[in-house]
Design a protein around this ligand. Structure first.
Ligand SMILES: Cc1cc2nc3c(=O)[nH]c(=O)nc-3n(C[C@H](O)[C@H](O)[C@H](O)COP(=O)(O)OP(=O)(O)OC[C@H]3O[C@@H](n4cnc5c(N)ncnc54)[C@H](O)[C@@H]3O)c2cc1C
Length: 468
């Protein structure tokens, strides 16, 4: 056992740990020791499928101090007209450069890849079994609570006959050419990426079947754009969310209003989605996915045999011989997890504060740790927010975001820091100036009037069980 020292011991070198360290790095002179099982920083991006891209524009993902991408607007493809979305490889390179060019040369960061954290300040090398003990000067920071699960590393919860090919999306580009029939299993963003990939690469829509346990509401990517050319979209969509929140009697009604305002999208307009996981998509991608007509909505599958798919509810559906199944059932992050205090004496548990922006949340947590001195104030500023699993939970998540936005903007030092933080979608100086223009006065007034009504109605709906 060898002994090491650092002010902060960081468990995990994923996006949230790195965003936390980055914020503290600029705001303090603390030292950090980061431990991770992966061989490169970036967490689950090490295991990403080759055609994955960020859901949201690169401009607002990663760590605060380092831009990701070049603020380009795509001129071709399904993201045409919107800010670029980094690929998995770009995200991984970004975090690797952050570590190599910024963190390690400072002498303030020690990084131990390929190591398993064991608890009580101890970790073990996965290659030599050598164990290290860290003397932690200040705090241990847990950056693993999102418990990310991706197709390449998760365990399938259904069985597949030995004669059947069941691929991960990671294997699809190499293996797809050998098949003329595909079944996508799962209905989250990975499944949508696989559907779009198959169609963009020439698969006949009628050669694709899709097992959809739950339909999902989807965020229209147009509402997540940050540049000045999208200012009107941002204002319009924020106001639409306030209006719908203030005037609806249920989550279903609220989402139908958001759909009418083009804030939310769905793939099948005849099905009421039961899921909401912040999947973000363009209208073009939705149109692509609508070409898949064989959609099986019998819940989760239990077993795949050469001639038949059996669902957990006992239903069966005939299967085409020679089909490649693509497993997209990993759950990405832990939606609806129980919150815990972020600051608890000598432990920090990074969670979502402003959902779903987990890197912004981690960055704020790092800033608050560095700039505020007592845990009561820190926990007030960093109350965990829900990561929604259902449309009803979106109400809690949106209300939580509204409350944090107001609280953070009321805190002058934090507000100043946030207005210059590239990860933060609100409070930018340019947006404030644009909203202050005489022509925008009526809109600004409507926002100011509607926000309290929205918060009040959401609270009422949540209390009455509408958000359970
Ligand atoms: C495909 C995909 C796309 C996404 N796109 C976006 C997006 O566009 N925008 C957005 O905001 N969010 C997005 N997300 C959400 C995503 O969860 C976050 O962006 C973020 O990458 C999660 O980072 P993390 O650090 O919480 O988790 P991880 O990336 O899982 O990192 C945690 C790290 O901790 C390590 N670890 C865990 N336990 C131990 C242990 N005992 N010892 C040592 N190491 C340990 C793991 O090896 C891992 O490297 C996406 C998620 C997925 C899966």
């Amino acid at each position: 056992m060898t002994a090491l020292k650092a002010d902060y011991l960081i468990i995990g070198a994923g996006a949230v740990s790195l965003a936390f360290v980055d914020a503290m790095f600029s705001e303090s002179d603390a030292t950090f020791l980061i431990v991770d099982r992966h061989h490169l920083p970036g967490g689950h991006w090490n295991d990403a499928y080759p055609f994955v891209r960020l859901h949201q524009p690169s401009t607002s993902y990663g760590v605060a101090s380092r831009p990701l991408g070049a603020d380009r607007i795509d001129t071709a493809g399904s993201n045409k007209g919107f800010y670029e979305l980094a690929s998995g490889a770009e995200v991984l390179a970004y975090f690797e450069q952050l570590m190599r060019e910024q963190f390690l040369p400072s002498g303030r960061v020690q990084y131990f890849p390929m190591c398993d954290y064991l608890g009580n300040g101890c970790f073990r090398s996965l290659l030599s079994d050598q164990t290290h003990e860290v003397e932690v000067g200040r705090k241990t920071v847990d950056g693993t609570l999102f418990n990310t699960s991706v197709p390449a590393t998760h365990t399938r919860k259904y069985s597949v006959d030995d004669s059947i090919t069941c691929l991960t999306p990671n294997e699809l580009p190499r293996a797809a050419a050998g098949f003329r029939s595909f079944t996508i299993v799962g209905a989250g963003k990975t499944a949508m990426d696989v559907g779009v990939w198959l169609l963009d690469n020439g698969a006949d829509p009628d050669s694709i079947s899709w097992i959809v346990p739950r339909d999902s509401w989807l965020i229209n990517r147009a509402t997540t754009q940050s540049g000045p050319e999208f200012f009107n979209w941002r204002v319009k969509s924020f106001l639409a969310q306030l209006d719908a929140s203030a005037s609806s009697n249920s989550a279903d009604e609220l989402f139908e209003k958001l759909e009418a305002a083009k804030v939310m999208l769905r793939i099948d307009p005849n099905v009421a989605p039961a899921m909401f996981h912040y999947a973000t998509i363009s209208e073009g991608e939705v149109r692509q996915l609508q070409k898949i007509r064989s959609v099986l909505r019998n819940g989760r599958i239990q077993r795949v045999d050469p001639d038949c798919v059996t669902f957990a509810n006992g239903d069966t559906a005939p299967a085409k011989p020679g089909t490649a199944y693509v497993d997209c059932t990993a759950r990405a992050v832990e939606f609806g997890a129980d919150p815990r205090p972020v600051f608890d004496r000598n432990r920090i548990s990074i969670q979502s504060l402003y959902s779903p922006l987990v890197t912004l949340s981690a960055s704020v947590t790092g800033y608050v740790e560095a700039r505020y001195t007592d845990d009561e104030t820190r926990n007030r500023l960093c109350a965990p927010n829900v990561l929604a699993d259902t449309p009803a939970e979106w109400m809690r998540s949106f209300l939580g975001n509204l409350m944090r936005q107001k609280m953070w903007m009321d805190e002058p030092v934090l507000n100043d820091w946030l207005s210059a933080n590239r990860l933060c979608p609100f409070g930018k100086k340019a947006d404030r100036a644009a909203l202050g223009a005489p022509s925008m006065k009526p809109v600004a007034r409507r926002i100011a009037e509607t926000a309290p009504a929205a918060a009040m109605n959401l609270q009422k709906l949540i209390m009455s069980g509408g958000a359970v």
